[in-house]
Each structure stands twice: as C-alpha cells, then as structure tokens.
Design a protein around this ligand. Structure first.
Ligand SMILES: [Zn+2]
Length: 66
C-alpha cells in the first residue's frame, strides 16, 4: 500500500544562496518514499534541489543498509 502525503508541500523555503523565501518549488519529482523539489530563486536566479524523505511505517529499512 502506497500512501503519499501531498499535504506536505514545502513553501517559503529560503534560497540557499541569498536567503530570500521562495513561495513554492518550481518542479516536483516523486520517488519511492521521497520527493525531490527543485527550487528556483527569482531574486538571484539560483537553483537548488531539496529532497524530502517520508517516514512510511511500511518502509523497508534495507534500503538504508547499503
Ligand atoms: Zn536567491
């Protein structure tokens, strides 16, 4: 059973370069138990990616045991 919590959408993430808040991620990629967010700062044109890991009770810890 897959459950993705779309209620968790990061907003107002501060730019990694200039610190200005970015209202919402420009691009989102969903993966297994994680979501990648691409942030694009309108102030300094800096782009960076952040990854959110979801704590799924059904998650298998083997993935972390590499
Ligand atoms: Zn910036």
């Amino acid at each position: 059973m897959v459950r993705v919590d779309f209620d968790y959408l990061p907003r107002e993430n501060p730019c990694a370069q200039c610190g200005k808040p970015i209202p919402a991620p420009e691009w989102i990629e969903n993966g297994p138990r994680r979501t990648s967010y691409l942030w694009h700062c309108w102030a300094c044109d800096y782009q960076f990616e952040a990854v959110a890991f979801f704590d799924d009770s059904e998650a298998d810890t083997d993935a972390l045991a590499a």
